[in-house]
Design a protein around this ligand. Sequence first.
Ligand code: SAM
Length: 283
Amino acid sequence: MNIRELLDTTVEYFKKYGLKDPRLDAEVLLAHVLKKERIQLYVDFDQPLNEQELGQYRQLVYLRSRHHPVAYLLGKKEFMSLELTVNEEVLIPRPETEELVENIIEYCKGRNLSGPNIVDVGTGSGAIAVSLAYYIEGAKILAIDISPGALKVARENIARYELGERVKVMEGDLLTPLIWLNKDNVDIVVSNPPYIDQAGMAQLSREVKMEPELALHGGVDGLDYYRRLIPQALRVLKDDGLLALEIGYDQAAAVRELFDSGWSKVEVKKDYSGHDRMVFAYR
Ligand SMILES: C[S@@+](CC[C@H](N)C(=O)[O-])C[C@H]1O[C@@H](n2cnc3c(N)ncnc32)[C@H](O)[C@@H]1O
């Protein structure tokens, strides 16, 4: 079977399983197996596949038809123009989170912060920690997660971009380890915590259900992590330090309510789609 025939058959198969982008998925997976750029598949349309390539492709196609996310099948995802390793232990980094990172980079530029101390709470793949260290000169980052499996992936991504000098990882529950250490010199606490509520968890697509529940579920009303993290951040941030949070599009009012008079200013920021997506609060 050649590339053209294989793609056509796979697209029909994916359609039966209700995939949204059957052609794109079929091409991305085949390009991965053949170690080619997608565009090259068209140039090499008549190239036959050997048994080993066919076997590997069939396995990926089977898993994709069962709604395994493409990023897990490829073992990678692009975030802030960096290629990150991902697997089933971590949330697949989302474009909305790139906007959180971009806003923090802007904030550091605007304030001329050189070598800021940043803590990324719930680092997962390390997407936020690695990209902030990569784009903010001299930034020193502590990446915390409660999941040892996630930290293994984060370490791999930190090493991949040779950021081990400036990005350290720590296993722990939110900011509790820093509070024990009496640390109160942090410039920025950033977090994209689990924020899906109970009702939302029941409605997740099959694909999102493949991601770790620990990375998604924010308790009955989705706010459990914000409730604990906001008062903790007040204890570790410097005066005028920033707490930057990603939130669900409908959570701005509820999250705002969780900030007490210890905070000097609380701002809600929108994402490119016009949804409330971030809260920036200043100590
Ligand atoms: C929504 S994911 C965010 C991952 C990554 N920062 C990103 O934006 O792609 C939330 C992360 O919080 C971690 N987490 C859950 N409970 C935690 C806790 N109590 N303390 C620290 N991390 C926790 C999960 O393991 C998961 O990696």
